[in-house]
Design a protein around this ligand. Structure first.
Ligand code: HXC
Length: 517
């Protein structure tokens, strides 16, 4: 064979492999508004930067008539490329090839790029669109998944891992995304569940559609499994690029900084004085406070629809990434409950693992009372927040915006839990509990025996408010570093984060702590 013929053979083989399961199946996907595995990668990476890995890898299964069966690319496209000029590795399952099912060599292709990402310290993005373990390959397929899960665990906390659910992701296959840091689910296209509707019908008798069970709404609103939803494949890939822009490539690096004007030079901003209402009982949208404090009002909210009584997400302050954790008075008065505690704790641990300073905005009336909460383990789940903040060694800056009551005062990164800087607005109320609750306990008998109980309650409540629901008692003891004019908030935040950039904190050596799971 001449070199020309050899080259033609390569080009022919490539062209065939690029077609995956064939034109008919690709057309079918396009008709249903879905992208192919390769189109998704083209949107994820900077144009022309993707280098493919293992295009010609081939299964060796001979069961159920597979001996002569070609599965182009083994049902997955893998490789690396640049996202905003930084290297990222990816695997994109090709549903047109045997339903994107994962066989021994599909898994090998995926774990090869995972190993490389770990070696070079670069993020890994796994685009899921698959019928799961390739049935014909039996235990070899299960083993393949095992190798993927194991890599997910090894990579955890070393490089960021992002999963995109762009098609079916059923059975044990759903545990790879669950082991990664962030999951983006495409609405109406991605579905994720451990057991599908027919098994559920057989076992529990419940009738449920796959969309109701494992669609984007279910996981973003109810289960909390998914961190972001996207309307379509294009949006999912853009979202993934945006998320990566806030993150470092690995745990030894700082997140990329974007040069900006320093807010410190800008001077006080009077409009910040009016961000919260005069009436301490009136709710307001904490998003508004966040957007006014971060660069260009650019805030990437994580798990927006799950446990909305706490807000978490990424932003930048003077060009540097920060993780924001903030109570949301608009939802359940911003109380901490089981879901909001777990949500925030996981996010705090991600930020700590990847050198992202934490900015905590506090307006919290306490932990949620109730039998459901106690039986559901609010003690264990609430403790996750205390643990996560206490264990975090990244810079931690806390601003008490309004209420900081009881255990929730500590759980929202108080000085005692290792905050490096705690500031309070003059409207802050730092106390063991709210005035009405406190006085009705302290003066229970006086109120009962009074001729006019309402008057006595009002009088005692007012005395309590005067004495305790201000920031000055806490500031007097050094629990708050400074009570600031809200107009200075951005300057103060920029200054504190700048100073803390070189923070080093040495802790005793241990294998790992035992976060209350
Ligand atoms: C082999 C598979 C397959 C699989 C789909 N296909 N899933 N081949 N192993 N797991 C093939 C089909 O035979 C078909 O081949 C092609 O992919 C497209 O599948 P369709 O069924 O025609 O597509 P659709 O109607 O869109 O339905 C998609 C689907 C369904 C919902 C994903 O295929 C399905 O239910 N598949 C099985 C899901 C499952 O139970 N998987 C095992 C889960 S357990 P042709 O040749 O006709 O194109 C698991 C364990 C993980 O994954 C282990 C971790 C511990």
């Amino acid at each position: 064979m001449s070199n020309k013929e050899k080259l033609d053979t390569l080009l022919k083989k490539r062209a065939e492999a690029y077609l995956g399961g064939g034109k008919e199946k690709i057309d079918k996907r396009h008709e249903s508004g879905r992208l192919t595995a390769r189109e998704r990668l083209a949107l994820l990476f900077d144009p022309g930067t993707f280098q493919e890995h293992g295009l010609f890898m081939h299964h060796r299964c001979t069961n159920f008539g597979l001996e002569n069966k070609e599965f182009p690319g083994e049902g997955v496209v893998t490789g690396m490329g640049s996202v905003a000029d930084r290297v990222v590795y990816s695997a994109s399952q090709d549903f047109t090839v045997a339903g994107g099912s994962v066989g021994e060599f599909t898994a090998k292709k995926i774990t090869d790029v995972m190993d490389q990402a770990l070696k070079t310290g670069d993020p890994f993005v796994f685009i899921n669109d698959s019928g799961g373990a390739r049935i014909q390959e039996g235990v070899d397929a299960l083993s393949g998944y095992g190798h993927i899960f194991y890599r997910n665990v090894l990579m955890s906390g070393v490089v960021p891992q992002i999963s995109i659910i762009a098609g079916p992701c059923a059975g044990g296959a759903a545990y790879s995304p669950a082991l990664t840091d962030f999951i983006i689910q495409v609405e109406h296209e991605g579905q994720m569940f451990i057991t599908g509707p027919s098994v559920i019908k057989q076992v529990t008798g419940e009738d449920v559609s796959s969309e109701e069970l494992g669609g984007a709404e279910s996981h973003s609103h109810y289960s909390g499994v998914v961190h972001f939803t996207a309307q379509n494949g294009h949006e999912a890939m853009n979202l993934c690029r945006r998320l990566l822009s806030f993150l470092p490539s690995n745990n030894t690096e700082e997140p990329p900084a974007i040069p900006t004007e320093t807010s410190q030079l800008m001077g006080p901003e009077e409009h910040l004085r009016n961000l919260i209402p005069d009436d301490p009982k009136e709710p307001y949208d904490m998003h508004n406070v966040i957007l006014n404090l971060v660069d260009n009002a650019d805030f990437l909210e994580v798990q927006e629809h799950f446990a909305p009584n706490i807000i978490i997400g990424f932003a930048r302050v003077s060009g540097h990434t920060v993780g924001v954790v903030a109570n949301q008075p608009l939802e359940k008065a911003g109380v901490l409950d089981i879901d909001s505690s777990s949500k925030a704790a996981r996010f705090i641990r991600f930020c700590n693992a990847f050198n992202i300073p934490l900015v905590t905005l506090v307006d919290v009336p306490g932990f949620m009372p109730g039998v459901d909460q106690e039986y559901g383990g609010i003690i264990r789940h609430g403790a996750k927040m205390l643990f996560a903040y206490g264990a975090a060694t990244v810079p931690k800056v806390t601003l008490i915006v309004r209420k900081a009551y009881g255990g929730a005062y500590l759980a929202m990164c108080s000085k005692e839990m290792g905050a490096d800087k705690v500031y309070a607005w003059p409207y802050a109320e730092v106390a063991v509990m709210g005035a009405e609750g406190a006085t009705s306990i302290l003066y229970n008998k006086d109120i009962k025996n009074a001729e006019n109980p309402t008057e006595v309650l009002a009088e005692k409540t007012s005395e309590y408010k005067e004495a305790f629901t201000t920031p000055y008692v806490a500031a007097g003891r050094g629990y708050i570093d400074d009570v600031i004019d809200p107009a200075e908030t951005k300057m103060v935040l920029v200054g504190a984060l700048e100073a803390l950039r070189t923070k080093r904190e040495i802790r005793p050596q241990k294998k790992h702590g035992l976060i209350p799971l």
